[in-house]
Write a protein that binds this ligand. Structure first.
Ligand code: C5P
Length: 234
């Protein structure tokens, strides 16, 4: 099995991100760079993490008109990222433009196309928040609707919460990659993640990749924490 652990580099500076990444790189599969680190450290951070030999998941959740998203995706491919996110609620034309741009730019750059992941419903939104913005107040139904749209638009993967994996696996093609945050081992302090699974449970439920932040970077020994998680999967 390839290592499915993606460590979220949720730290404010390039120095902190690189120190963490260097420490845990041998025990993990990839690193996630989100809005905070990318905005503070700039695009160079991607190359510096790539130099450690690890994959990069650029989590900027693009949501704009198709032309703009296609150009942002092309720029991300040229930075050599292996996964990136777009909001499924941007609609099918935007999703198709993102996937086509990833494929075309990768072909032009002689690279493998990154996995373009659709984000369905943010886990911070509940039924009333969804109703407020004009969506289906049933969160599960809205997730399935946007997941179906994502896959029909040609994307090969989705981000989903641990408790959505089983339901999504029932109707999505097996080849669709599911990337899941909300992972907890039980060893860490309680925090704001409410609906969690252990790494083993999430993989057993059908996740392909696990996004793990605090259980690794806030552990007393991040490298040991990452190694223990990887061992628990084998
Ligand atoms: O520290 P923790 O393991 O909770 O980090 C999870 C990572 O996954 C964070 O970068 C967080 O922003 C992201 N994420 C999440 N829940 C979602 C989507 C993304 O926790 N629904």
């Amino acid at each position: 099995m390839r290592n499915p652990i993606i460590v979220a580099l949720d730290v404010p500076t390039a120095e902190q991100a690189l120190a963490l990444a260097r420490d845990v790189a041998p025990a993990v599969g990839a690193f996630k760079i989100g809005g905070e680190l990318f905005t503070a450290a700039g695009p160079d951070i991607i190359q510096r993490v790539r130099e450690l030999g690890a994959g990069v998941f650029l989590d900027l959740k693009y949501h704009d008109i198709p032309n703009t998203v296609a150009k942002a995706v092309a720029a991300a491919v040229r930075l050599d990222v292996q996964m990136l996110t777009v909001h499924a609620s941007g609609g099918s034309a935007m999703l198709r433009a993102a996937e086509e741009s990833a494929q075309q730019t990768a072909a032009q750059s002689g690279r493998h196309p990154p996995l373009v992941l659709g984000v369905t419903v943010l886990t911070s939104l509940d039924g009333s928040a969804l109703a407020e913005i004009g969506g289906d107040a049933n969160v599960g139904r809205q997730v399935e609707r946007l997941a179906g749209l994502t896959v029909r638009s040609g994307l090969r993967g989705l981000v989903c919460s641990p408790l959505e994996i089983v339901a999504l696996r029932q109707f999505l093609p097996d080849k669709v990659q599911l990337v899941t945050p909300g992972i907890r081992t039980g060893a860490e302090q309680a925090d704001d993640q409410k609906r969690t699974l252990t790494p083993r449970e999430a993989i057993a439920a059908g996740a392909n990749w696990l996004v793990i932040g605090r259980p690794i970077y806030a552990a007393p020994n991040p490298r040991a924490a990452a190694e223990a998680i990887w061992k628990s999967l084998n």
